[in-house]
Design a protein around this ligand. Structure first.
Ligand code: SF4
Ligand code: SF4
Length: 478
């Protein structure tokens, strides 16, 4: 008989994938329908997340979407604030903060993201899988249906399922497109013949095919093979990370319940002999797993922390009158040493880095101006001397207006007796765009005492200084 150490340390399961057979063919997973406390909580969270995902494109602020990620035009709106390519540094920092946050969270709480909030898991387990259970029944009925010859019932069920899958994929594709180009553009695209907006139409069809392929065919393979986050788990998790874990100390040695010597026709739990460990090897935790693994082998890359095995095992523990939690949220060290949650040095380090990054990001966002102005001397232009002895330089000015309103702009020299003349009567920085104009800076001789003079130019909108930019003034005869 194997010792606990031998059972725990065996790593043979790592030699093969549960979703690939010995011939290398895909093993189609039909998990048993999950139910239980955690599953109910996940349903609530999923409904909220889906409501946010599908509802957000319809939320507009001052005539603009709350969120827009227009990669094609390099235009982004976050919480109603427009970000242009000039704000790339904020985006880059935001992304770094996001990734550090994910790493920190994973080190501490394992793959809670995967199980509770990842769109792939939410759609797969809470939308597509539920439709499958509704049409084809639980795992055994699904397997029976797949094995049976094509008849009226099978054609009807499969066609209905695929038609609904395709319809939902169309809905998801349109929603994703709304985040990219705005719901107004999506509604316009679908209200016109495809020939009016061929790129938009191709985008919608491509998204639909991708989502349909992922949820109808790829399924758990997206988490196991495609998702980079899943593949990073082995370097992110440590023995103190909270994961969904089987308590092998309590569960082993596992063994089936055996009947006591009894003549009773109706057996109760008291008529059965339990093995030494609490696991009765019913394998329900394997049957319910959407990635087809046995969590009793330990933490595995394939485990998306969906909590289905916790619920099903708790139900088994209730039946055999043992405490719940043979499979539960716990760290390896908590199980082995029976210790409580511990904050590690790595967690503290990540938290410090995260706080610094978030503070810096908040600082940059809160001090971000409404405009971004550049003043450059016109290439090849030379300083000119006027009859009154003053010198002029010609500049090109670009003003990026990061608001949703046009801004009338004027310019003034700071701490200087010179003047600025605008090309044309007035200059308006067009909303959400970069506008360009030319200015002439005229400086009296007394102000120009060297070849290059540093200028500070105030950018003024409706009487308020909104920005101060630097420029260099070139003199003649130095
Ligand atoms: S569901 Fe629980 S009791 Fe059944 S095999 Fe899994 S760990 Fe053991
Ligand atoms: S092992 Fe448990 S938590 Fe992990 S994917 Fe399978 S059922 Fe979900």
């Amino acid at each position: 008989m194997q010792t606990i150490e031998e059972i725990v340390d065996t790593e043979e399961y790592r030699d093969s994938l549960s979703t690939v057979d010995a011939q290398g063919k895909r093993v189609w997973i039909s998990p048993k329908k999950p139910k239980g406390k955690f599953h109910n909580y996940r349903i609530v969270v999923s409904i909220l997340l889906l409501a946010v995902l599908f509802g957000t494109p319809f939320i507009w602020v001052d005539g603009h979407p709350l969120f827009l990620f227009n990669l094609f035009e390099r235009r982004f709106i976050l919480f109603g604030v427009v970000f242009l390519p000039q704000d790339f540094h904020l985006f880059a920092l935001g992304l770094i903060t996001f990734f550090v946050a994910i790493i920190l969270f994973t080190v501490t709480y394992g793959r809670i993201w995967c199980g509770w909030t990842c769109p792939q898991t939410v759609f797969m387990e809470m939308v597509f899988r539920k439709i499958e259970y509704w049409i084809e029944g639980d795992a055994n009925q699904q397997r029976k249906l797949n094995a049976q010859a094509w008849n009226g019932e099978k054609i009807r069920k499969k066609a209905l399922k695929q038609a609904i899958f395709l319809s939902i994929s169309v809905l998801i594709a349109h929603t994703m497109m709304a985040y990219l180009i705005g719901i107004d553009q999506v509604l316009q695209t679908i209200s016109q013949p495809p020939s009016h907006n061929i790129p938009g139409f191709i985008g919608l069809v491509a998204f639909t095919i991708i989502f349909y392929f992922v949820f109808a065919y790829l399924r758990e393979q997206a988490c196991i093979i495609v998702c980079p986050y899943g593949r990073l788990q082995s370097v992110l998790l440590n023995r103190d990370s909270i994961v969904i874990a089987y308590d092998h100390v309590r569960g082993e040695p596992r063994g089936k319940l055996k009947k006591k010597n009894t003549e009773a026709k109706t057996l109760t739990i008291n008529d059965l002999v339990k093995p030494q460990g609490d696991c009765i090897d019913c394998k329900l935790c394997v049957h319910v797993c959407p990635t087809g693994i046995d969590i009793r082998n330990g933490t595995q890359l394939e485990c998306v922390n969906c909590t289905a095995c916790i619920d099903v095992c708790d139900e088994v523990m209730d039946k055999i009158e043992k405490p719940r939690g043979l499979i539960r949220y716990a760290s390896h060290n908590q199980i082995v040493n029976k210790t409580s949650f511990k904050i590690t040095t790595r967690m503290i380090a990540y938290t410090v880095v995260l706080c610094l990054l978030v503070s810096f990001e908040v600082f940059l966002l809160s001090t971000r101006g409404e405009t971004e102005t550049t003043v450059l001397r016109v290439a090849g232009s030379l300083p000119t001397e006027l009859k009154n002895g003053n010198t002029t330089n010609l500049y090109t000015v670009q003003v990026t207006n990061k608001t949703f309103k046009d801004m009338p702009i004027s310019f003034r020299l700071k701490d200087s007796k010179g003047i600025i003349k605008l090309a044309g009567d007035k200059f308006v920085a067009v909303k959400d765009k970069t506008s360009e104009t030319a200015i002439v800076v005229e400086m009296p001789k007394t102000e120009v005492e060297k070849r290059k003079t540093h200028l500070e130019i105030e950018v003024i909108c409706e009487g308020k200084i909104i920005e101060t930019v630097s420029a260099t003034f070139l003199a003649i005869n130095f």
